[in-house]
Design a protein around this ligand. Structure first.
Ligand code: 5RP
Length: 232
């Protein structure tokens, strides 16, 4: 038996989707790559949300048998509403992974995590043999950090230690990400805080140095993962 109430049947997205038409073009390109029988890791954010809908349309029209491993509650809920089979890393390995990004440089390095889902995004990406990053033209930068800070997810009690250590790694500013429609900080799906860190220089060793700090769960810096970039 299926739930038929509004929240179980209507797709929700928080706010306007920026550059929606451009993102839709890339989402459709990605959906065209799905093959019957595949398990697909699904990233988070609005581009991934559009891609998931395009995949669901193909699954329904062509009767494809596909499973999806979501990286956030938002994508898990959407996949379920769209009638996709949802699974997890506990029982399945993704054939491939797709996701959006906030910034992409010339070496295909990324900043991600505007949506706060970078921990599960990096985990599912790491499990997949191939990753596709879906971006509209606004995401390309000469140098990482041009438009976005590097988000760092930290265990709550590590807040002050992490701020101090991130400063020693060269962060100009370290801001606790605050929630909208709730007082106080954003609490991630794993129960942690997010620190948005502004760095003037982001080098190839920064991701590892951040990850090495006690209390850091993950950062939104994706250096050297060599994804395939799909754009409009
Ligand atoms: C979420 C992410 C997103 O992939 C990134 O923020 C891009 O989002 P959008 O597709 O909405 O522009 O990393 O944690």
């Amino acid at each position: 038996m299926k739930w038929m109430n509004n929240l179980a049947t209507q797709l929700l997205w928080s706010g306007e989707i920026s550059n929606r038409a451009e993102k839709q073009v890339v989402a459709d390109k990605l959906a065209a790559m799905v093959k019957d029988g595949q398990t697909i890791g699904a990233g988070s954010g609005s581009t991934s949300f559009l891609a998931l809908q395009a995949i669901a349309a193909r699954v329904q029209e062509e009767g494809l048998n596909c499973r999806v491993i979501p990286t956030s509650k938002e994508i898990e809920m959407s996949a379920s509403i769209l009638g996709l089979q949802v699974t997890s890393l506990m029982s399945d390995k993704p054939d491939w992974y797709f996701d959006g990004a906030d910034e992409v440089d010339g070496g295909k390095n990324l900043i991600k995590g505007r949506g706060g889902a970078m921990y599960r995004e990096k985990l599912v990406m790491s499990c997949a043999a191939q990753t596709y990053i879906l971006v509209d033209q606004s995401k390309f930068v000469k140098k990482l950090g041009e438009k976005f800070d590097v988000p760092v997810e930290v265990q709550q009690e590590a807040l002050h230690y992490a701020e101090t250590q991130l400063g020693l790694l060269g962060a100009n500013t370290v801001n606790l990400r605050l929630a909208e429609k709730k007082d106080g900080p954003v609490i991630t799906e794993s129960g942690n805080f997010i620190l948005d860190c502004n760095f003037s220089e982001i080098g190839s060793d920064l991701e590892a140095k951040i990850k090495d700090l006690t209390g850091v769960i993950e950062s939104g810096l994706f250096w050297g993962y060599n994804p395939e970039i799909l754009s409009n």
